[in-house]
Write a protein that binds this ligand. Structure first.
Ligand SMILES: Nc1nc2c(ncn2[C@@H]2O[C@H](COP(=O)(O)OP(=O)(O)OP(=O)(O)O)[C@@H](O)[C@H]2O)c(=O)[nH]1
Ligand SMILES: [Mg+2]
Length: 243
């Protein structure tokens, strides 16, 4: 399934059947890939810090509402903050087209067989973007709650989005993503009357994995709760003089 992290290969999924030698080889390759990624992520982070760019990595399973949240945010805060977006998808420029329609600078990365963005892809995208000082860079990752958790992109913070149609047990089933994020957005609360989703339970499950995780409930469709997200965002933007 994934050509870069190997998560979909038979080898990585069936380690029990491997001999010790073969097992060790797989672990070493994974270490190398992540080590190289981490070095490039630090390079990205240094660049973002030097330009006082707030880089946020948006992660979720497919369809939780990452692009919808960006569309609302980019339009509503257009006159207050300076934005750019990197879109990550396996195929198509659908999301980049949606962002482009908001008149925001956007670059699409297609990962092909890959199931996540990595720091190298982000480095390349950023090199062609001419990002401005004191801006916010949203990086919408490939819809996937597993692999993107392993790949630091150089972001300042990771924002995980879960929607109420996905089930309140997801933080426990995919803990790495919730552990490595600082903010969890619960989206599509307008659908709560129609789905068996216990919002207190999902919050408790998320806090079990990461007790420091901040949580915001909202609906991109009705607009309820968006103000909380906007306040969170503004609180993260450093004033240029103290950056
Ligand atoms: N009812 C409801 N639908 C929503 C809400 N937010 C997003 N949607 C719908 O959910 C679907 C997926 O939204 P996207 O924004 O494309 O989700 P995504 O996370 O960007 O999807 P991928 O990029 O494919 O992973 C769309 O049909 C949206 O209209 C919401 O708050 N309420
Ligand atoms: Mg999207």
């Amino acid at each position: 399934m994934c050509a870069t992290c190997g998560c979909g290969t038979d080898d990585s999924h069936d380690l029990k059947e491997l001999d010790h030698h073969h097992h060790k080889k797989i672990v070493d390759v994974e270490k190398d890939v992540l080590h190289e990624n981490n070095l490039l992520a630090q390079r990205n982070r240094g660049y973002f810090e030097a330009k006082n760019i707030l880089a946020l990595n948006l992660v979720s399973s497919p369809g939780s509402g990452k692009t919808s949240l960006l569309e609302r945010t980019l339009i509503d805060l257009k006159n207050e903050l300076d934005f750019a977006v990197i879109e990550g998808d396996q195929q198509t420029s659908n999301d980049a087209d949606r962002i482009h329609a908001t008149e925001t600078k956007v670059t699409q990365i297609n990962t092909g067989k890959g199931c996540h963005l990595d720091a190298h892809m982000v480095l390349h995208a950023v090199q062609g973007m001419k990002l401005t000082q004191n801006s916010i860079l949203f990086i919408e990752n490939v819809g996937n709650l597993i692999c993107p958790a392993m790949f630091d992109l150089g972001e300042k913070e990771r924002v995980v989005i879960i929607s109420v149609t996905e089930g309140d047990d997801k933080p426990l089933k995919y803990p790495d993503m919730f552990y490595s994020s600082t903010l969890c957005i619960i989206n599509k609360i307008d659908l709560l009357p129609y789905v068996p989703f216990d919002i207190e339970k999902v919050k408790a499950n998320a806090k079990k994995v990461n007790h420091k995780l901040e949580i915001i409930e909202l609906s991109c469709t009705s607009g309820e709760g968006l103000e909380l997200w906007y306040n969170w965002l503004k609180s993260k933007v450093l004033a240029p003089e103290i950056a």
